[in-house]
Design a protein around this ligand. Structure first.
Ligand code: TRP
Ligand code: ZN
Length: 862
């Protein structure tokens, strides 16, 4: 860390100190007002450390009064600055009353209490409660909350907070007054308040032990029908957690509120989840299959936090993966059980190989349990979440499903009601299974992507197969020295006679040899089945064997992966100067043709087997990313396949039956394969305009509509321009659908993308204050449009730079997320490096730059 960053108050994991005081109960009273909300907080505090002052966190607050045991303090009896309120002389046990005022309407950061349209709502994780009231804003201070909300009755029919409703009445001034009590002690990041007018959907759920829970889903007025799927998904999640992990819900009421302004996906506030409306609202006309999938998975994710996150929470924010890695793992397992395990796994692997490997290779590299943090919001990362989930998955592989379930049960029972660490979690896993996990623990402290090199040697006379494995983790920007990790390597042996054998190799050293006896013919080895460890595999498997694995492995993920490896090699050969026609083996074309003629039982797997790796997956395989080479090779291969496979593609496309839209695994898989065929067909030399038009016109759902738009965009620009105009016209009043339009416009590989973005910025639904709108345009542009983002004239980089600069003053958290693609400038050629670096430098020079953007820019430039 540079001296410069230190001046900005970087916190280190090792500096953890228990709090000097605890807060056992809090009574909060909110008198809601758009610009002058009054918050009265009455807290019971107990001293835990002799002599220490009480330093409460608070930001962007106007302090109205402070009292200790009912006695008002004068200004010289406390110290106040921009970030804290400090009291020096205090008894060991006392009541503290703090009254503050704040302005939800001018809160554009969407942290603390803010207005989402007309709705008051809160977002307190990670450190947003300090924008509501002075408090010990840290996850290891667990308090019991009593909340009173007061607001004009007519305008605010619903006043919600955590836990159970104690009372509701309308006072003489026409205000609605509602009282809530949450019986479970919780950290303040799980506090929530919502006030507004909604459509409410209700359901009942009877838990396995017979508790009757009322489920309530709140959506914008008029949107009730779009909430039905989310509500049913919630019931499925509740049942699943009972069946898989024996975990039951614990309150009488579970509320989910959808809001239109939200920084992330959703938030697990106790008993009162708040969701980005994008992850709640769905119907066939407006949501894609992917949207439905995401809704189910995020509904599950937030519900599963009730145990992994809320009942047992984090001691400090460095432990974030304790709740997030574990909960992502749980939501992945849920999604797998609800749909296709293979597809879920493939999607998870893609994310690790693109975004997570890139994070490890860039300036923000950090272990799943970070060591140093300036702005906590910057560490809600793919590393903490998704690599964190891979680490949990490896534990399950090593301990077995039963061992893992026993470990989780012990962890939750031992630490119920506590704020704990990742070490506590591992200890419980170890105690429940009597396995030594000391080496495994390195996964929490070591950053970077291990490279696993493998080879095999077969000795016929002794019938012995020798497998050689060696691991090496390259240095990362945060950590030069790496150690050998514990790696579960699942393999399958494929024998010529069609028989198969599975083995789990547990690697513990830098280099290891595994001897398999009684192997009577030399098998083909399928390495890293199910992507059993988040590593880069270096295996020298020839084309013929890769195609054999793609056709024959038991695991769909391994089959898909063999194709990905195959294509990576072909792309490398094309970049090295070979013509695409010369490197494409005939065997491949006929194999792909046969998949089209006789698809797998899981049509979505067929679609994945027929898909080339995307730009980001390929980019991660190069020290210096050959931008133009990758783009040219991908385009060349796709074009060639489209021509060579035209007949089977067309037949497959036509053979897949069309039926009225319904979201389920089989129907979604069918649409996925059909879309893939359409995509290739659009690229074949024969004019595909009619086919695309027809696909678009006959679609009775958003999935097929988007498929036609996306396919035409890559191959038939004139058709695309016609269709997107129609689309924009048709959906001009629907913000969530317009987000899809924004994203499409921004991913246009042609130069007209800049005009398109300009036009969309003037759209009545576009707002710089709404993260969904901004992300729709600019995440798509910077992350899904490599052609234009990486232009050699720097126009793409400059566009992102400007947006980040502008957004920093509005919503720094979102600005800091958008900047990611610029951070890895060192991975590109000198011309692009220089352009990206200059853009970052200009951002660094902005006076008053937020901690969020500063931390990333600074790490990237130094
Ligand atoms: N805990 C939330 C989740 O994973 C994440 C989250 C929601 C969040 N809103 C946030 C994190 C705002 C930081 C800031 O489900
Ligand atoms: Zn989460």
């Amino acid at each position: 860390m540079t001296a410069n960053t230190n001046t900005r108050n970087v916190k280190s994991r090792h500096d953890y100190q228990p709090p000097a005081f605890i807060i056992s109960t809090v009574k909060l009273c909110f008198e809601l007002d758009n610009t002058a909300t009054k918050v009265t907080s009455v807290m019971q505090l107990q001293r835990r450390q002799a002599g220490a002052p009480l330093k409460l966190d608070g930001q962007h607050l106007q302090l109205l009064s402070v009292a200790v045991n009912g006695k008002q303090l004068s200004e010289h009896e406390y110290r106040l600055d921009d970030e804290s309120l400090t009291l020096d002389t205090l008894p060991d046990s006392f009541e503290l009353t703090v009254v503050t005022q704040l302005s939800p309407q001018t809160n554009t950061a969407l942290e603390g209490l803010y207005l989402a349209g007309q709705t008051f709502c809160t977002q307190c994780e990670a450190e947003g409660f300090r924008r509501i009231s002075y408090f010990l804003d840290r996850p290891d201070v667990l308090a019991e909350y009593f909340v009173t909300i007061i607001a004009p009755a007519e305008q605010y029919p619903f006043l919600l907070s955590n836990g159970n409703k104690l009372s509701e009445h309308i006072d003489s001034a026409g205000n609605r007054v509602v009282q809530w009590h949450d019986p479970f002690a919780k950290p303040c990041y799980l506090f929530a308040l919502v006030a507004g007018d909604f459509d409410r959907l209700t359901e009942r759920f009877v838990t396995q032990s017979g508790r009757d829970v009322s489920l309530e889903l709140y959506v914008d007025k008029g949107a009730a029908a779009k909430g039905e799927f989310a509500l049913q998904a919630l019931k499925r999640a509740m049942r699943w957690d009972e069946q898989r992990f024996n975990l039951e819900y614990d309150l009488d009421i579970y509320m989910v509120v959808a809001v239109d302004f939200f920084n992330m996906g959703a938030m697990e506030n106790k008993g009162l989840n708040i969701f980005n409306s994008k992850y709640v609202l769905a119907d066939a006309g407006t949501a894609t299959d992917k949207d439905y999938f995401n809704i189910e998975s995020i509904i599950g994710h937030e519900y599963f936090h009730n145990w992994t996150g809320n009942r047992v929470t984090c001691r400090d924010w460095f432990q974030l993966s304790l709740k997030e890695g574990l909960t992502v793992f749980r939501d992945q397992e849920f999604s797998a059980d609800m749909g296709s395990p293979t597809l879920c796994r493939i999607d998870a692997v893609k994310l690790i190989r693109t975004a997570q490997f890139a994070e490890d290779a860039g300036p923000m590299a950090h272990p799943i349990r970070p060591e140093q943090v300036l702005e906590m919001n910057n560490f809600y990362t793919v590393t903490v979440y998704d690599k964190g989930a891979e680490v949990i998955r490896m534990l399950q592989t090593l301990l077995g499903r039963n061992g893992f379930a026993a470990g989780l049960a012990l962890y939750l029972q031992r630490h119920d009601g506590q704020a704990v660490t990742c070490d506590d979690f591992l200890q419980a896993m170890q105690d429940a299974t009597a396995k030594d996990l000391s080496r495994f623990a390195l996964w929490y402290s070591q950053s970077g992507t291990p490279e696993l090199a493998v080879s095999q040697h077969y000795d016929a006379p002794s019938a012995q197969l020798t497998l050689n494995l060696s691991q090496h983790t390259p240095a990362t920007t945060d950590q030069p020295i790496k150690q050998a990790l514990m790696l579960p390597v699942q393999i399958e042996l494929l024998f010529a006679d069609g028989t198969k054998q599975q083995h789990l190799l547990v690697m513990q050293e830098a280099s290891q040899q595994f001897l398999l006896p009684e192997i009577h013919t030399e098998p083909v080895v399928v390495w890293l089945e199910h992507f059993s460890a988040p590593v880069k595999l270096k295996a020298d498997i020839d084309d013929r064997h890769l195609l054999f694995i793609a056709g024959n492995a038991s695991d769909g993920v391994a089959r898909w992966d063999a194709m990905q490896q195959f294509w990576s090699r072909k792309v490398a050969q094309a970049i090295a100067g070979n013509a695409v026609e010369d490197v494409l083996p005939e065997a491949l074309v006929s194999m792909m043709a046969s998949w089209l003629q006789q698809p797998e039982p899981d049509l979505a797997l067929t679609a994945e087997l027929l898909s080339l790796p995307d730009f980001d997956t390929l980019a991660e395989q190069y020290q210096q990313v050959p931008v133009d080479g990758i783009l040219a090779a991908l385009a060349g291969f796709k074009q060639l396949l489209a021509m060579r496979l035209r007949e089977p593609l067309l037949q497959c496309y036509q053979r897949l039956p069309l039926s009225a839209y319904h979201y389920d695994q089989a129907a979604a898989a069918q649409r996925r394969l059909r879309s893939l065929c359409l995509h290739y067909l659009a690229l074949s030399a024969v004019d595909a305009t009619e086919l695309l038009q027809q696909h678009y016109q006959s679609a009775d759902n958003m999935t097929d509509t988007m498929a036609a738009l996306a396919a035409s965009q890559q191959a038939q620009p004139a058709t695309f321009n016609l269709l997107i105009d129609d689309f924009a016209q048709r959906w001009q009043h629907d913000a969530l659908v317009m987000d899809k339009c924004f994203a499409l416009v921004a991913s246009d590989p042609a130069e007209q993308v800049f005009d398109g973005i300009e036009t969309m910025l003037r759209h009545p639904l576009f707002s710089w204050h709404n993260p969904n709108r901004v992300r729709a345009l600019y995440s798509a542009f910077s992350m899904r449009n490599p052609q234009q983002f990486h232009r050699l004239d720097g126009k793409g980089y400059a566009a992102l730079e400007q947006v980040v600069g502008k957004l920093d003053g509005i919503n720094a958290q979102v600005a800091a997320r958008l900047i990611t693609p610029l951070l890895s400038w060192r991975r590109f050629d000198p011309v692009r490096q220089q352009l990206m670096q200059a853009a970052l430098q200009r951002l660094a020079n902005i006076p008053g730059l937020s901690n969020d953007v500063y931390e990333k820019v600074n790490r990237s430039l130094t």
